[in-house]
Each structure stands twice: as C-alpha cells, then as structure tokens.
Design a protein around this ligand. Structure first.
Ligand code: NAD
Length: 485
C-alpha cells in the first residue's frame, strides 16, 4: 500500500479498493490541480489487466451473497453509505474541487449531497419494486427482476462524484456487484468514496474501485466475459470501442455520450432570463455534457438578447475554484485546453467570426476566455461537433420551423433548452426538439426517477429511475398454469 496523501487536510489513499481492501500497483500516474497546474496532488496507483482481473474476481465471488440479500437489506447498506456521504460533504467537496476544479461552493451546497440522494433513491426504488402480476391465457404471469452479475461502470472526468454515484447506485440496488473505474484525470473523489464504502459495511468485493487508463485497465474490464453489464459515460469514440467489446460478449451496454444541445430563444420569452441562462453555459468552463452550446435566437430579439448576454458573460469571474467569488472554473488539463483552442483556431481559419473571447485567459493556466462564435454556416465544425469547453455558437432564425430545424441539425440529441412565454409553443417545440431531455424556461432541473439518455450519437439506452434498475437486471417472465398447483 502507498502512503496516503493530504489534499487540503483530507487524507486520500492513492490505491485501488478491491475486495474490501486497498491494493497498490507498481505503476503510478499523477493527478494535478487544474486551476493551479504546478501543484501535483498525488501519484495514483495505475491499474492494468492484472488489476482488472483481481477486481472482477472479487466482484464475481461477492455476487452470490449480495444478489441473494433482500432488496431492503441491501438498501439499508446503501442508506448507510448515503448518510456517510452526507457526513463527509466537506471532505468530498474539497477533494473534488482540487482534482476536477468544479466550484467548491456548488459542490458543498448541492453536488455532493446529490450523490447521497442517488444511493437513497435507488435503495428505496428497488425495495418498493412490485412484480407485475396478471392472468392471461389460463396462466398466472409475473415479471421478476433478477440481478445479472458484476457491472462495470466507467465514468468521465467531468462531475466524477455525481456521475459515479448516479451510475453505481442502481447497479448495487438491483443486486449486482460493481467495479467502478473513474477517469484518469480526476480519480480522487472516488478514492474518498472507497473509504466510506468500507465504513458502510458492504460485504467485501461488492463495490470495487480501480484507477487507471482506458486503453489497458478499462479495456480489460469491459472485455472480461464474467462482466454482465457495462454502464459507460464518456465520449462517442470510446463508446464505439467499448460497444465492440460488449458485442463480443453479448453484454448489455448503456452509453451516455456527448452533446451539442441547442438553446432556442423565442421573441415571446423572458429575454433577460434566457440571456442569463445562456451565459451560464460557461459555468464549469462548458465541461458539461448537457450544456446548451448552440444559442439560436429569433432574429427580432437578436440585439436585445446579445446586449444582456454580453453583460452576464462579462460578469464571469475566472480563477481559483475554492474562492466563492469564482464563477467559472478551469479546464481539466493542458491537453484539453489545446483541444478546445484547436476548435477555436480552426473556426477562425475557416472564416467563422469570434465575437468574444477566443484566447487563453492567462498563458500557462488552464483557462480559456468565455468565447462566442458566429459561424459562417451551420456546417461549421464548431456548430456540428462537441467542443466541451467555454465555446458557444450564435445563430438566428425567422420562423418557428426554421428555429426547430436548426436545433435538430446535428448528429447529437442529448438535450435541449427552449425559452418561450407561450404555453402552446412550449408544448409544440418541446416535443419537436430532438433530445433525451428538453427543458422549457429552465435547465438542469432533474427528477431522479425520470429516464435520462441521448438520441443519435448522444447515447444508447436510458438510465434513471426504474430504467436503470431494469438495465442492471435480467427480467424474467414466470408463467404457472392456473389451477395446476
Ligand atoms: P472518454 O471517452 O475519453 O473517457 C471516459 C472514460 O472511459 C474514462 O474513464 C476513460 O479512462 C475510459 N476509457 C477510455 N478508453 C477506454 C476503453 N478502450 N475501454 C474502457 N474504458 C475506456 O471521455 P472523457 O473525455 O473522460 O469525458 C468527456 C466526454 O464525456 C464528453 O464527450 C462528454 O459530453 C461526455 N459526458 C457525457 C455525459 C452524459 O451523461 N451523457 C456526462 C458527462 C460527460
């Protein structure tokens, strides 16, 4: 085992958590603070195929015991974990803030608590499940949810704690054992979670966490034939690779992928509220899958909207994510800064107009100024491809039809945001915009029981509520001839 490191006073293990104990790897990788890149946070154990095999061994051995427990019994342990998360909000918030640069205030006031809620919500949903029972063609029918086996959960570097808990909770509540692999750019909050898993009283091997890169550790996990479910959140190219591995083993696979969501503003909307929300898409430096990055505004309110938008965008404060005055956090990694700057440079070279930002905030720091681009055409790369940075595009329309057509003109379909003051239009356009979730006059408000997922290249399958519990289960129909027993 490696020595634990102190992150702002919080002791964090740099090792994996397998079979209820810490396991070190000979290889390491380093993780750094995105808003203070000189600062190395930890040398983290870097797992490989051998680590994957150990974790799948443990999860396979633990499965018979965990899956045989009543849902309420498992739920009691999940509730204990949720209580521990609540009791450790401050520790989790500061570690996530240092490792991923999400704003500390938002983590401690909202995001970490949502992780606890994920476990509570799924513990209760699984316990409350009532098998569907009906009579048909002389037989008594019932639908039984059977735990399916070890689930591998692979998560991206943005919002790591919230996304990991959102994906692990339904797998565990359904009776599956779990191997979580957080992303290599922000692994540390998962390690704090492992300490809490140990305290919550899970049987060893039920909930394992391994750290490392996708190409070796991740690939070994998703290729192991003992794994019965793969739940992935990340980019489209990685989903294609994992999907092939899932196909080889005929294993169900969900993919929550990128987005290029429209933020559609009609002239009848509250323009100030819409402009404020649009400038809010720069929060977290735009590293939010559901961000409404294509601003599409009715031509007649173009100037009024832009005036308000620029005022709100000007008010953004870039800087140290621990500072409550900061409103826009850093980008995760210099490689990601280079990737985002590549989009901006290519847009400029191709003739798109950069109307604000478009450059680094400070040389050598992981920040790019809030950027707005008016594309020369809807085919521009920056309109059609996910940038995942503080880069928004601005387009206008003259009719509802044209607005909806622009909104639906990419291969993505994760979400959409519509601003209108007209009830009939809210209903009509809300239905017409292509996206797994469409918000009208609001954004990011979610009910945990609602389905969540993408259309087109934004994803495969649905998570959330019963949809996720069904995914992590084998559904069986049991039919008994009536009167025969
Ligand atoms: P990524 O695809 O590069 O990596 C995601 C995870 O997959 C990481 O843990 C990585 O190590 C792992 N991985 C990479 N190659 C693998 C392989 N061959 N086998 C197994 N695992 C592998 O994505 P990222 O850059 O970390 O995340 C950003 C992307 O995630 C964006 O596209 C964003 O939109 C998307 N995202 C989607 C949602 C959603 O809910 N739809 C939420 C957050 C982020």
């Amino acid at each position: 085992m490696r020595e634990r490191v102190s992150i702002e006073g919080v002791d964090v293990s740099p090792d994996h958590f397998i079979d209820g104990r810490r396991v070190a790897s000979a290889e390491i990788f380093e993780t750094r603070c995105p808003f203070d890149w000189e600062r190395k946070l930890a040398d983290v154990s870097r797992g490989d195929a051998g680590t994957a095999a150990l974790a799948v061994d443990a999860a396979t051995r633990a499965f018979p015991v965990w899956s045989a427990m009543a849902a309420a019994e498992r739920g009691a342990i999940l509730h204990r974990l949720a209580d521990l998360i609540d009791a450790n909000i401050e520790r989790l918030a500061i570690v996530e803030c240092m490792d991923m640069a999400m704003l500390h205030e938002s983590l401690r006031l909202r995001v970490i608590a949502r992780g606890a809620l994920n476990f509570r919500n799924y513990a209760d949903l699984a316990s409350d499940y009532r098998e569907r029972v009906w009579s048909s063609r002389g037989t008594a029918n019932r639908v039984i949810r059977m735990p399916s086996g070890p689930s591998v959960i692979i998560t991206p570097w943005n919002a790591p704690f919230m996304l990991s808990t959102w994906k692990c909770a339904p797998a565990l509540a359904a009776g599956n054992t779990v191997i979580l692999k957080p992303a290599e750019w922000s692994p540390l909050s998962a390690s704090v979670l492992a300490d809490l898993i140990e305290q919550a009283g899970f049987p060893p091997g039920v909930f394992n966490i391994v750290q490392g890169f996708g190409r070796d550790l991740g690939m070994a996990l998703v290729s192991d034939p003992r794994v019965k479910r793969i739940s992935f959140t990340g980019s489209v190219p990685t989903a294609r690779v994992i999907g092939r591995a899932a196909a080889d083993n005929i294993v169900p696979f969900t993919a929550e992928l990128g987005g290029k969501s429209p933020l559609l503003v009609f002239a009848d909307a509250d323009i100030d509220a819409a402009a404020k929300k649009a400038a809010g898409q720069y929060d977290d430096s735009g590293q939010v899958c559901m961000a409404g990055t294509r601003i599409i505004v009715e031509e007649s309110v173009r100037e009024a909207f832009l005036e308000r938008f620029h005022a709100y965008a000007d008010a953004h404060v870039l800087g140290d994510s621990r500072d409550p005055a900061t409103t826009m956090s850093a980008l995760i990694h210099p490689d990601h800064v280079a990737r985002v700057m590549g989009f901006i440079d290519r847009a400029r070279a191709a003739g798109d107009t950069i109307v604000r930002g478009g450059k680094l905030w400070r040389e050598g720091a992981n920040f790019i100024e809030p950027t707005l681009i008016v594309p020369r055409s809807n085919d521009s790369e920056v309109v059609q491809n996910e940038v995942f940075g503080p880069v928004l595009t601005f387009q206008t329309f003259r009719s509802e039809e044209e607005g909806v057509a622009l909104a639906n003109s990419t291969a993505y379909g994760l979400s959409g945001i519509v601003y209108t003051g007209d009830a009939a239009r809210a209903e009509r356009v809300g239905r017409a915009v292509r996206g797994g979730t469409v918000w009208v006059n609001t954004f990011l408000v979610r009910d945990l029981t609602a389905p969540f997922g993408g259309i087109g290249i934004s994803g495969l399958g649905r998570e959330g509520g019963d949809y996720a519990l069904d995914f992590h289960s084998d559904l069986k129909t049991l039919q008994i001839l009536e009167g025969s027993v």
